[in-house]
Design a binder for this molecule. Structure first.
Ligand code: 1GP
Length: 251
């Protein structure tokens, strides 16, 4: 069976970039999701990420059930807490917030989630999650009670990403926070990509095809876009063209 992680790694080896659409069940109606899915299928979007900082189980189940009936695009849980776990998705980003020093988010919540995971067939993908300052206090920083890495803190972001890889984490996710003023910089992405071997996900504040292109050209393997699509779902088409037509320019 091909797992989602093996697909992500395979795409990385081939230099193919992917677009993930983030759905926050708290702010997405059934009608909005139906429209988003139609556009995503037309635009060949690669993944749906579902989750949010304060989403409850009922909203998660509603959205996952709807996606299950509407699309074959893989659905990956991007959890804000263990109560967002569900067997209706294909995989789980098993996040450890390695940019922070809050033990609950480094290992505590992961232990709590084991009661669910040991009885589940959900694919579990160990993921190092790094919060990077995006120019505004993000919900993730507030809820997680952690400090983001400075926007220009490339050295510490690189050391943190590599530490995550040495610990055995399979993906590294650079997060500027939903609605960030500035996405993660091309310089930071490029420096990390030059030394990292596991796939790199980048999200937060990517609101235009140009910004998506900048991030993939710098080395991101997967771009995550959320917020802007709630206002302008048609942007999916141009975002997808920007991501899928770009290859990493190696320095
Ligand atoms: C996913 O938090 C991001 O990493 C989504 O950010 O809502 O700003 O696209 P936006």
């Amino acid at each position: 069976m091909t797992t989602i992680l093996s697909k992500i790694k395979d795409q990385q080896i081939k230099g193919r970039k992917s677009l993930a659409i983030l759905i926050d069940p708290e702010s997405s109606s059934t009608k909005q999701i139906a429209q988003l899915v139609r556009l995503a299928i037309d635009a060949h979007v690669d993944y749906f990420f579902v989750g949010g900082s304060t989403v409850d189980y009922t909203d998660m189940e509603r959205v996952l059930t709807q996606l299950e009936t509407l699309t074959e695009i893989p659905v990956i849980i991007f959890p804000g807490s263990p109560n967002q776990l569900s067997n209706k998705a294909d995989a789980l980003l098993y996040l450890s917030l390695i940019s922070g020093r809050n033990p609950e988010l480094l290992i505590g919540k992961q232990v709590e989630s084991v009661a669910f995971l040991r009885k589940s067939s959900l694919e579990v993908i160990p993921t190092g999650y790094l919060l990077i300052d995006g120019g505004t206090q993000s919900t993730v920083a507030y809820v997680s009670n952690t400090q983001p890495i400075p926007h220009d803190g490339t050295d510490i972001a690189l050391a943190t990403s590599l530490a995550g890889q040495y610990l055995g984490l399979q993906l590294i996710y650079l997060e500027a926070g939903s609605g960030a003023k500035w996405p993660v910089s091309a310089d930071m992405i490029r420096s990390i990509k030059n030394e990292l071997s596991v796939p790199l996900i980048v999200g937060g504040g990517i609101r235009t095809p140009e910004k998506a292109r900048t991030a993939v050209e710098a080395g991101a393997d997967i771009i995550v876009v959320g917020n802007i699509l709630e206002k302008d779902p048609n942007l999916i088409i141009d975002l997808s063209i920007a991501v899928h037509s770009t290859k990493t320019l190696q320095s």
